[in-house]
Design a protein around this ligand. Sequence first.
Ligand SMILES: Cc1cc2nc3c(=O)[nH]c(=O)nc-3n(C[C@H](O)[C@H](O)[C@H](O)COP(=O)(O)OP(=O)(O)OC[C@H]3O[C@@H](n4cnc5c(N)ncnc54)[C@H](O)[C@@H]3O)c2cc1C
Length: 369
Amino acid sequence: MKTVFDVVVIGGGIIGSSVAFNLAKENMNVALFEAGAIGSKATGAAAGMLGAHSEADDLELFYPFARESQQAYHILQAEVQSLTGLDFDMKAGGIFKLAYSETEKQELAGALALETMKWVEAAEVKRALPGVAENIIGAAYIEDDVNIMPAQASRAMCKGVQALGGTIFENTSVVALSQSGSGYEVKTTQGAFTAQKVVVANGVWSSTLFKEAGLSHELFPIKGEILSLSSDQVTLKHTIFHNGSYIVPRRDGSFVVGSTMTAHDWSDYPTVANIEKIIAKAKTMFPDVAKMKIESAWAGLRPQTFDTKPFIGQHPEQDGIFFATGHSRNGVLLAPVTGMMIRDLMLGRAVNQNWVEAFKVGRGNPVLI
Ligand SMILES: Cc1cc2nc3c(=O)[nH]c(=O)nc-3n(C[C@H](O)[C@H](O)[C@H](O)COP(=O)(O)OP(=O)(O)OC[C@H]3O[C@@H](n4cnc5c(N)ncnc54)[C@H](O)[C@@H]3O)c2cc1C
């Protein structure tokens, strides 16, 4: 078994998988350590919407970052597919963001200024979405919106890493991190490994490794509960969204309906009360949800930072440690751009300085004395 690598990536969610794939493409000798199965935590829980438009109220920073990532998905999927034969189960079809009042239409004004989004009157929405709530006044429509199956995308990227000569260790937790010579020793449940560089990408569990690296950042969970439905009778071709609730038709024919946002709740199961609330809300958007079959329900922990922005960058004092974590409700969307940004920072290539500054690990005075 190989124990010496150029780079070790910790965490096999969508973020770690994208980072590892982007680095392996640069001929780096990469190992990824995942405590359980690839894509099994927040990533496996996600709806898989690539909702850049939801960040339209921050046209300076977050929207361009998110939009670049959304567009990069198409190239990333093609690259992975050519190496592995696997795709991300990407589904086109667009999204309708419903408005029930003039006030809600006004709230969409910022997003409607985007060239990708247009206002559609109620009658037209009802033609496109037979069965949608009668009392809408219209919707903002984004035609190029797509969704993916996030766990499948992670697994496909990890297969891509292996095809490029990298190593994926599942069921292997990283338990300690220390400087060793010019690089790092990474202690795991399967023994010790060394690497010149380390990327911490283990989602909401990153706090321990921040501490191992001498930093005080504490991530916390925003728990999300969600369920999957199916139906032979009901047709719904487009994603419907209102006030953080959504119904997403996936390429496998299922409908993903979500979701809750509960801060600081570390439990990883859905409760009856919250699933009832999600279904009740979904019925107000699309009453035929009541006729659908419940397939399954689950929960995941979105990794949240103190200021809601992710950490993407280098340790403020150590050259060899990078962090890619804390993507909260947007980790699936932001995985490609995060992987590319870590790659470019590691290789000393040009990176948008607004992004470097906004997502830098040194913000919030984290250095432990
Ligand atoms: C209900 C729900 C719906 C969502 N919908 C969307 C959506 O539609 N679009 C979107 O963009 N985002 C969505 N998200 C958010 C998205 O899921 C997260 O932002 C994203 O999955 C975070 O990815 P990650 O790789 O950082 O974390 P994770 O997927 O949690 O991966 C971290 C991995 O690290 C591993 N790990 C932990 N500790 C160690 C260790 N010591 N050693 C080795 N491995 C370790 C874990 O086992 C885990 O697999 C949703 C989230 C939820 C819960």
